[in-house]
Design a protein around this ligand. Sequence first.
Ligand code: ZN
Ligand code: ZN
Length: 399
Amino acid sequence: MNPERGRPAGYSAAVATDTATDTATEPLVSIERVHAAREVAGELGVDLLVVTPGSDLRYLCGYNAHAMERLTALAVPRRGEPFLVVPKLEAPMVDAGPAGALGLDVLAWEETDDPFTLLAGAAIGRLGSAPARVAVGARSWAEHALGVQAALPGARLELASSVVDRLRMVKSAAEVEELALAGAAIDRVHARMADWLRVGRTEAEVGADIAAAIRAEGHVGVDFTIVGSGPNGASPHHELSGRTVRAGDLVVVDIGGETATGYRSDCTRTYVVGGSADAEVAEWYGVLQEAQRAATAAVRPGVTAEAVDAAARTVIDDAGWGEHFIHRTGHGIGLDTHEAPYIVAGNDLPLVPGMAFSVEPGIYLAGRCGARIEDIVVCTEDGVRILNDGPRELVELPG
Ligand code: ZN
Ligand code: ZN
């Protein structure tokens, strides 16, 4: 495993200044997040929260742990001190990292110990009795969730999303700035698209150049490179193929990556290469642009997630293209590319300042072509902040 994983860049200084309050020095992670999780768990009647490696763990305590069969878990009982269960061989690394800086109790287990028994015993000790409701991270591995269940046979397991998503959905000012940096970095990649997206090149060749640029422009990892040329653009999650870009093709380019602090970028622009759009394409692309603008303009506190979806969908429906808009309008973004809140019909969650999500309507004509426009936006006190820039009209590249 990578020993650096316990000490992600950007965390140590922030953790060290946990009393700062202004935006410039506000810490990305502080012990307050664990305490907030404990408070929400208590409010919801959850006795014990168990979070294993992944974004929930990184969010709550700054530990970007390597997921593997050995159990690493943050346990947050509704009463008493939270604690981390870690393999003993990793304990020094954990102590030296962000989680150690938060002052969390670290319970280390030896190779022949049962870490689930250790976790259960420590939780019961803090609670004073066996927990009845135990919430495990939604993206925890099944072997870890079932291990917790076996060690606490009287407990009913449920997803920790009700607790953790409630916190993660609302970004702090420091988190919004991380998302803004990620957005600016991916915008710089789109701005260079003419260098790579040309007639005669394959989607795979273009995608390889984009991936290199995603790293060069300030990401530590590439999450996805969708280059959907011509008919492939009608498949929203098409990634790359050997298809060669032809003159006049519409090309959907949806790209994103992970920055050093774990925050994600995700931005789609649609290009027309070596030609210009015909009248019909120009007409429905105009509708799509208006839909994206309408949904973005709808974002403000108190408006529901589904109302933002409806704002985009109504424009496309009214213009007669509704059957070709085949997905929700957006998804939350933070330490995961897809997280709550989901901008979809049926989600009556009211937006609050700090919620960050994509606004990405698309129109897809099976067998022919497609288009999507995607920005990351943040709900502010009085409206919306858009974290991506660059032209949203069909961008004509010379070919
Ligand atoms: Zn996207
Ligand atoms: Zn997206």
